[in-house]
Design a protein around this ligand. Structure first.
Ligand SMILES: C/C1=C2N=C(/C=C3N=C(/C(C)=C4\N[C@@](C)([C@@H]5N=C1[C@](C)(CCC(=O)O)[C@H]5CC(=O)O)[C@@](C)(CC(=O)O)[C@@H]4CCC(=O)O)[C@@](C)(CC(=O)O)[C@@H]\3CCC(=O)O)C(C)(C)[C@@H]/2CCC(=O)O
Length: 208
């Protein structure tokens, strides 16, 4: 067996140092760079920064919302599971409605995926929330439809659905949504639940 590091804190320290040495973080605002480091940590791809886009102040807006107790709304339970509860500043609720018993019926009635239908159950928590989409492009598309229909806007949308069908397009649509909607996206096919959870974790606490 090769020698390997057994100290978790040391593994994290070296990992973040490697990312900071290898990723082109120089053009990013400091707070976005911190989030990018943790997202890269979750996927191992230092060139992720090339696909990163954000609205000015998105990290600060999400942080303020979390400090004020805003819930974190997640498209997949994988995202919700990845959010480290002790990092959250106000005992914030972390909500994923995908497993709610009403969702399969809603999806059939609305003629859409369960991931998109699950957002019907976000309506009364959406205004001022921090939204984290790591899996389902249809959830991100549906979120934008809900906002166009007049739903209360979230404080910030961390939009990193992954895949080949709809992922790039939904993230483009988020960036182009306009208005005052705060967002952070990874353009293209890359994304994922771990990356979305990592973004929430970075924003939730300054602690590495
Ligand atoms: C088309 C879907 C995609 N899923 C991807 C990748 C992964 N999904 C996993 C798992 C366990 C789940 N995916 C569902 C959300 C399920 N995935 C879909 C849907 C069919 C449609 C979503 C969409 O296109 O917007 C979706 C079901 C739905 O009706 O909404 C999941 C609910 C399926 C299920 O098990 O019931 C489930 C999520 C469970 C949860 O966490 O709550 C994977 C782990 C794949 C696997 O099981 O092998 C993986 C995880 C990736 C990640 O990091 O999140 C894609 C690639 C995102 C794909 C959408 C895009 C595409 O190109 O096809």
């Amino acid at each position: 067996m090769p020698e390997y590091i057994r100290d978790g804190a040391e593994i994290y320290r070296r990992s973040f140092a490697t990312i900071r040495a290898e990723a082109r973080l120089g053009d990013l605002p400091d707070d976005v760079a911190r989030v990018a480091v943790r997202m890269i940590h979750a996927c191992g791809m230092v060139d992720l920064v090339d696909d990163l886009a954000w609205s000015p102040g998105v990290v600060a807006r999400a942080r303020v919302a979390l400090n004020a107790g805003a819930p974190v709304l997640c498209d997949a339970s994988m995202v919700a599971s990845g959010v480290t509860r002790r990092r959250l500043p106000a005992g914030n609720d972390v909500i994923c409605t995908l497993g709610d018993a009403r969702v399969p019926g809603l999806a059939r009635r609305l003629g859409t995926t369960r991931s998109a239908a699950a957002l019907e159950l976000w309506r009364d928590r959406l205004a001022g929330a921090v939204v984290a989409v790591g899996n389902a492009p249809t959830a991100l598309f549906r979120l934008l439809e809900l906002l166009r229909e007049g739903a209360g806007p979230p404080a910030a949308v961390l939009g990193v659905p992954v895949g080949f069908i709809g992922a790039a397009e939904s993230k483009q649509a988020l960036e182009e949504y306009g208005g005052d909607l705060a967002y952070l996206v990874v353009h293209g096919r890359r994304g994922g639940s771990a990356m979305a959870a990592a973004a929430v974790n970075a924003i939730a606490s300054e602690e590495e």
